[in-house]
Design a protein around this ligand. Sequence first.
Ligand SMILES: Cc1cc2nc3c(=O)[nH]c(=O)nc-3n(C[C@H](O)[C@H](O)[C@H](O)COP(=O)(O)OP(=O)(O)OC[C@H]3O[C@@H](n4cnc5c(N)ncnc54)[C@H](O)[C@@H]3O)c2cc1C
Length: 310
Amino acid sequence: MIALEKDLFLMLKEAAPKGRILTGAPLSDFTSFRTGGPADFVAVPSDEAELRNIILLAKANEIPYYIIGNGTNLLVSDDGFRGIVVVIKEGKADISYEERDGEVLVKAHAGAPLTKVAYDAARRGLAGFEFAAGIPGSVGGAVFMNAGAYGGEIKDVIVSARVMDAEGNIFDMDRDGLDLSYRHSAVGEKGLVVLEAVFALKRGDTDAILAQISELNAKRREKQPLEYPSAGSTFKRPEGYFAGKLIEEAGLKGYSVGDACVSEKHCGFVINKGRATSSDIIKLIREVSDRVYRNSGVRLEPEVRMIGFD
Ligand SMILES: Cc1cc2nc3c(=O)[nH]c(=O)nc-3n(C[C@H](O)[C@H](O)[C@H](O)COP(=O)(O)OP(=O)(O)OC[C@H]3O[C@@H](n4cnc5c(N)ncnc54)[C@H](O)[C@@H]3O)c2cc1C
């Protein structure tokens, strides 16, 4: 087994010579919940060719792999992940701009932080991405999730995404092909990796755009427990309801399992008060979902993506 692991480490090194390969790294270092056990391997490819090599290597050796971005919507089991976690990091030339018919097309690398895309666009007087300035994920994770906030979502601004499939083929998908809806995309369904996304933004006034971003971020600071590790809203919004309100009505404000706690500031957030484990968090998620169901008849579904659980 040790020899096998050593072989695989060397093979990964060869597949991604300029990237980073870690063995047994705790995934708590890669998630905003700050929980999660070790992955057999964490690979951070430096470019698309290395990413393709890693995916093909995993496939040829029947080793499971999981793509992550900024880890802000993930709950990883305390046992970690048996296989390769591939981290899509920000590239060097990660954002470019092109004028087209009164709009500006913004092309961003999948690893670019949404906050960076939003602030760069704002400083150039480009409107339409303000909603994303406070979402702590990467462009790739945001396309996968069709991330959204305050009435805006990726679906509203995306033109296309460049993706890689499990065979290493690279191609473009347009907005329709991406099939974006509430916290859903074809990227997830088809097991694709987002490499880049193109957004269409409109010319606007820099000061007004920056003021809008400040206002939305102030709202976040006021309403959300940003001082604690979390993965944002833990549950999807059930149609016609608000998850946080249903949780509060079920008497679960502040309810905790170990250091995993329903935030008193915003019941839709499960927070890590310090030493929570993923096992505490998942127990809390299940308990909240069951109690809300008993109280209201509405079944809450997690928005957070789970890794390494049965
Ligand atoms: C404090 C806080 C506030 C938040 N507020 C919001 C909010 O307002 N609105 C909102 O929608 N979300 C919010 N989130 C959740 C999260 O930031 C978003 O879901 C974000 O889009 C996740 O991006 P990520 O890069 O962190 O993805 P990860 O958490 O790393 O991954 C999420 C999913 O995307 C997949 N993925 C990631 N990168 C790629 C890629 N390049 N190609 C293919 N698949 C990929 C992963 O496999 C995984 O299934 C919040 C989170 C926190 C911690």
